[in-house]
Ligand binder design. Structure first.
Ligand SMILES: [Zn+2]
Length: 234
């Protein structure tokens, strides 16, 4: 391999290595989805606790209503039997019955309200359970994808590191040092590819002298404008 070709290949290998390192650093391993799944799990626990309380309250109200209805029937039966003779006593019992009916109304309204709340909470709970299920499935997928991608990139990285060492071993240290300096100074591009008759990096026309230098296997032509090494198929 000609030195200029080795330099060009080295640059390709190194820029791919940098891209891989960036990809590995920003790999989505599902942290966001995991946080979302945890949040949903907490919300679900709250919903369940809420539902339990609502159902308990409804049960309490049902018991109270049954109890009240039993008392009312007893009083109504007593009044209907005609065994309460005192007018004041009858009046008193009727007032009590009225009070019972008023409270029964309130209880029934409250129970209706509770039933609606229970229905709504059950609906929300079901929705959240489905959402949590979906989120967990997505999380599993993302984790699998991330693991696969990580494995692929890591393998490629190892191969590139080996290739990089081989390439560097073929190049004289002073040439490598020059390459490193150019790379650092010129935005990571020390070797430009010739495109047509232009420098692929700065787009300035290359000279006939450079074309001649390209034909020399050991030649290391540089762009007169940007100073980069020039590489081209000749
Ligand atoms: Zn140039």
């Amino acid at each position: 391999m000609r030195p200029i070709e080795a330099l060009y290949r080295l640059q390709q290998v190194e820029s791919r290595l940098e891209a891989i390192d960036r990809d590995l650093a920003s790999l989505d391993t599902g942290e966001r989805l995991e946080a979302e799944a945890n949040r949903l799990t907490q919300e679900l626990a709250k919903d369940k606790e809420m539902l339990r309380k609502l159902r308990q309250e409804l049960l309490d109200q049902e018991l109270e209503l049954n109890d009240m209805e039993a008392k009312m029937r007893k009083m109504e039966d007593l009044l209907a039997s005609g065994s309460v003779r005192s007018g004041r006593e009858v009046e008193h019992m009727q007032k009590e019955l009225d009070e019972f009916r008023r409270r029964k109304d309130i209880l029934e309204n409250r129970m209706l309200d509770l039933m609606l709340q229970i229905e709504e909470t059950e609906r929300k709970l079901k929705e959240r359970e489905e959402l949590l299920e979906q989120t967990k499935e997505q999380l599993t997928q993302i984790r699998q994808q991330a693991a696969m991608l990580k494995e692929m990139l890591t393998k490629e990285r190892m191969m590139l590191l080996e290739e990089r060492e081989k390439l560097r071993a073929t190049l004289p240290p002073e040439l490598l040092a020059r390459y490193e300096r150019l790379k650092a100074r010129l935005g990571g591009v020390a070797v430009a590819k010739i495109e047509g008759n232009l420098c692929g990096a700065c787009r300035v026309t290359i000279t006939a002298e450079i074309i001649r230098a390209l034909r020399d296997p050991e030649g290391l032509p540089t762009c007169e404008n940007c100073g980069r090494f020039l590489f081209g198929e000749v």
